[in-house]
Design a protein around this ligand. Structure first.
Ligand code: NDP
Length: 251
């Protein structure tokens, strides 16, 4: 499929699973060039093989990196192959939620991991990519927020929700900083999506999702991936600034 996304350079954080993985598959359909970031190198390699099997001409560069490590992120961006240096679309997707504990039971380690991944990681990757986008006065920054960034879903959500409220503030500020440029900023707020995220959050308890998703069917990662591609594929004079994407009947 050849469209305006063909040949565009797309960097996706958290590409080894869930929404990021589905987003990589979605952009590959359009013949985009892919830079895939995550900590699990073997999962990225598996995804690369899967994409190349379907779309053999896709250019794919994988990077094993932790978004919490600013220096490592800066190195990855500085050392991209020449033909991938001009990133057209940045998908800031890497994110975690650990556990479902009340505020007083959240461990310091888990609080730190959640905030550093969801907030600092987003900042570091954006800081690394933005200067070149500004030089070229062109690009899309797509940020994976959450409906938990608008309202807490109650029990066990305090730290994750805090991180996604912070994402809201960063995104709104960034959009205002860039308003006179041709760089577009899109915030996507998914509701429940069935990925490893839920399993990690319930500390591996697969029964948990049955209780968590009561009264509705969670989305598939592909539902969100299609929204990412839709946002990036609008004509350059059109900005979609926010999308809430929820399973029908989720409140
Ligand atoms: P998954 O757990 O399926 O995937 C998370 C991805 O983030 C993985 O690729 C993981 O890769 C990567 N990641 C986590 N920590 C780091 C890190 N420190 N450095 C680099 N990569 C990291 O989750 P989802 O796909 O469901 O979530 C993606 C985004 O969507 C997150 O921001 C999440 O908050 C948001 N979201 C998800 C919802 C859901 O219901 N699933 C609802 C609303 C928002 P690796 O472990 O290999 O590093």
């Amino acid at each position: 499929m050849n469209t305006e996304l063909s040949g565009r350079v797309v960097l996706i954080t958290g590409a080894s699973a869930g929404i990021g993985e589905a987003t990589a598959l979605e952009f590959a359909k359009y013949n985009s060039k892919l830079i895939l970031l995550a900590r699990r190198a073997e999962r990225l390699q598996k995804l690369k093989s899967q994409i190349l099997e379907k779309y053999p001409n896709t250019q794919i560069h994988t990077c094993e990196v932790d978004v919490r490590n600013k220096q490592a992120i800066d190195n990855v961006i500085a050392n991209l192959p020449q033909e991938l240096k001009d990133i057209d679309v940045l998908v800031n997707n890497a994110g975690i939620a650990i556990g479902f504990e009340t505020l007083e039971n959240q461990s310091q380690e888990e609080i730190q991991a959640t905030l550093e991944t969801n907030v600092n990681g987003l900042i570091y990757v954006t800081q690394a990519v933005l200067p070149r986008m500004k030089e070229r006065n062109s690009g899309d920054i797509i940020i994976m927020g959450s409906i938990s960034g608008k309202q807490s879903h109650g029990f066990g959500n305090s730290i994750y929700s805090a991180s996604k409220f912070a994402v809201e503030g960063i995104t709104d500020s960034l959009r205002k900083e860039l308003v006179k440029t041709k760089i577009r900023v899109l915030l996507i707020r998914p509701g429940s999506v069935e990925t490893e995220f839920t399993l990690n959050r319930s500390r591996g308890n697969s029964e948990f999702s049955k209780i968590y998703y009561s009264g509705y069917e969670p989305l598939d990662a592909k539902d969100i991936a299609e929204c990412v591609v839709f946002g990036a594929n609008r004509p350059t004079n059109v900005v979609i600034s926010e999308l809430n994407v929820l399973p029908n009947a989720q409140v």
